[in-house]
Design a protein around this ligand. Structure first.
Ligand SMILES: Cc1cc2nc3c(=O)[nH]c(=O)nc-3n(C[C@H](O)[C@H](O)[C@H](O)COP(=O)(O)OP(=O)(O)OC[C@H]3O[C@@H](n4cnc5c(N)ncnc54)[C@H](O)[C@@H]3O)c2cc1C
Length: 269
């Protein structure tokens, strides 16, 4: 069983600030972390490896510092990591990102087949949830999105049954392998990494692929391959604080009615 997880290094959005002058994200204001949804995807892939055997590979597109998130995944129990890093990839939107990642996945598949591809539901910085489905369609495999539970994985019939989150419940969906799954955080609880994994991670060097390692269509990556343009990024306006009504219940009900209906009921009070 060969599972591959797409992992993105993201700024910790609880710390990030928006530059009020330029309306852009001040990425230097925040430390970088593994995208939280992707950590749950890695945890699930390692659980599958522990149950069925096989291996877990990681792929990430980003600058050389993104190697840190691959090391984090090795610490969590992944076996191999591939970093796609080249200036030509900079400025890629979700369409181009999915092209580059699919290209990397196909190259890994030339060495050995992949049974399952995992992605996070979304990245906490870009928040589009488009990259997973984009990769699946480029690979021509089924996609199972918003997955909160893997109910059954059957290697004899080569199928997976999952629970997929929907409003007020979940859908049960079965798919043939290989397929791509995007995960919710509810899928598992993260466990602590054992010491031997930490030691291996500290020494681990990812395989780094640059643009020259691929026969890429240059019109599909970087700024050239990115039809999206971001006009403005801004924090939502702060809501005014609520108002606390005081007094006995009758008075508060009258006051609330007055406030809600305004002048119409003023004469009744
Ligand atoms: C015009 C434009 C230019 C941009 N330029 C840059 C830039 O120069 N540098 C930059 O960092 N961002 C840039 N971005 C943002 C970048 O496009 C997105 O961050 C990226 O495409 C992923 O989209 P998302 O964050 O919405 O991911 P989502 O679609 O929400 O991510 C879903 C899942 O896909 C996988 N995934 C997503 N991205 C990666 C990745 N890089 N590696 C591995 N797995 C991944 C993860 O499993 C993730 O959980 C740019 C965006 C636009 C529109």
């Amino acid at each position: 069983m060969h599972t591959l997880v797409c992992v993105k290094q993201v700024p910790d959005t609880t710390e990030i600030k928006i530059d009020p002058k330029t309306n852009t994200l001040d990425r230097s204001s925040a430390p970088t972390i593994i995208n939280p949804y992707d950590a749950h995807a890695v945890e699930e892939a390692v659980k599958i490896k522990n149950k069925f055997g096989g291996k877990v590979s990681i792929i990430s597109m980003g600058p050389s510092q993104a190697e840190e998130v691959i090391k984090k995944c090795i610490e969590m129990g992944a076996d191999e990591g591939y970093l796609l890093s080249d200036k030509a990839f900079a400025g890629s939107d979700t369409l181009a990102t999915s092209y580059i990642l699919a290209m990397g996945i196909k190259k890994i598949m030339e060495k050995e087949p992949i049974d399952l591809v995992f992605c996070g539901k979304q990245a906490i910085d870009g928040d589009t949830a488009q990259v997973g489905p984009g990769i699946a369609s480029r690979l021509g495999i089924p996609q199972l999105t918003y997955v909160e539970k893997i109910k059954d994985l059957n290697l004899k019939s080569n199928t997976v049954v999952i629970h997929r989150k929907i409003d007020n419940g979940y859908e049960v969906v079965e798919s043939k392998l290989p397929c791509l799954i995007t995960v919710e955080k509810d899928i598992n609880d993260l466990s602590y990494s054992p010491l031997p994994n930490m030691i291996r991670a500290a020494r681990y060097k990812s395989t780094v692929w640059e643009i020259s390692d691929f026969q890429a269509d240059m019109s599909q990556l970087g700024l050239k391959g990115s039809p999206t343009s971001v006009r403005r990024i801004f924090p939502p306006p702060q809501r005014p604080g609520g108002e606390l009504l005081e007094g006995d219940v009758d008075h508060m009900v009258k006051l609330l009615t007055y406030k809600l209906k305004g002048d119409i009921v003023r004469w009744q009070l």
